[in-house]
Design a protein around this ligand. Sequence first.
Ligand SMILES: NC(=O)c1ccc[n+]([C@@H]2O[C@H](COP(=O)([O-])OP(=O)(O)OC[C@H]3O[C@@H](n4cnc5c(N)ncnc54)[C@H](OP(=O)(O)O)[C@@H]3O)[C@@H](O)[C@H]2O)c1
Length: 326
Amino acid sequence: MKAVVYQSQKGLSYQEAENKRPEPGEVKIKLKSAGLNRRDLFVMNQKRSQETSYIPGSDGAGIITELGKDVTGFNLYDEALINPSLDWHALKDVPETPHILGSPSNGTFAEYIVISSKNIVKKPAYLSWAEAGVLSLSALTAYRALFTKGQLKTGQHLFIPGIGSGVATYALLFAKAIGTKVSVTSRDKAKLHKAKALGADQLLPTESDWKTELREDKFDVILDSIGAALFPKYFDVLKPDGNLVHFGASSGDNITLSLRSLFYPQFNILGTSMGSAVEFEQMIQFISHYSIKPVVDSVYPLIEIERAMERMQSGNQFGNISLAME
Ligand SMILES: NC(=O)c1ccc[n+]([C@@H]2O[C@H](COP(=O)([O-])OP(=O)(O)OC[C@H]3O[C@@H](n4cnc5c(N)ncnc54)[C@H](OP(=O)(O)O)[C@@H]3O)[C@@H](O)[C@H]2O)c1
């Protein structure tokens, strides 16, 4: 089969790769689409100095072409969507570090993948292949961040800084579906306009004085993946006992904080990463109930992986970037 392989010396290349058969409990899927995530870049950067060779990619969707022994609940030619959160099933079994498909295990930037049947669900019929292929990692992260950790409720006020990211766009769609007021920021006016079209109620330039712009209309929940550049500013605009849910550090890891500014207003700082299989099922039911479709920024043929990666590195995308296998 053809696949995109990452090797520390060569970088990414489109080449022949081993076409495996499923073991008991596994299925083989002919992938129709896959999705890019910032993680693909992080992992490649981490591995640059190591001797390594693997197929990247966490998100994907396709058709089951072979069933291993003892697989139940699926049939040949079912359309399936991959849950890239490996070995995490029950809500409470939070792993020390999430195991994610696409390093160390081979991922979805390939014509075929063999994966445990515990890590697939049936594709909702209303999603196109491109939409289904970009959904899993970002939508699962957004679902757990908003509902399991953030405890977001109808009528509350949610803040999403950096609305351009994949997780951020799902969070906006999910929050609007349950009737939440959503304020977003971006450094890019065009992204703010796109967010408005998706239902954002209040648009703030990232560099503006949020406190003045908001006029005391503070937030119940803040969703942070930007980290150092904005983190200290959140405490000016979070309600007492409000939830700051944190899952990324795009602008850096290290911050200086006054602890006093935390305990007087009793803020809750909650870390989150990916989600369990239970939350994955809940997320699929949620999007199906509200007919929510992922925002697909652009679609590239698998062979054009370099161009797709450049698009992600440019930071100009709004929503998710998709790879098409045909
Ligand atoms: N823990 C998990 O399970 C998990 C899962 C998925 C993603 N993540 C994390 O979520 C983040 C989002 O992923 P992504 O690939 O979409 O992110 P990204 O491209 O790194 O950045 C997302 C947005 O953050 C804003 N931003 C970045 N740097 C900034 C800075 N210095 N100052 C102000 N704003 C800044 C930008 O928004 P504007 O362009 O709108 O200004 C950008 O579009 C990443 O950190 C990723 O690692 C974590």
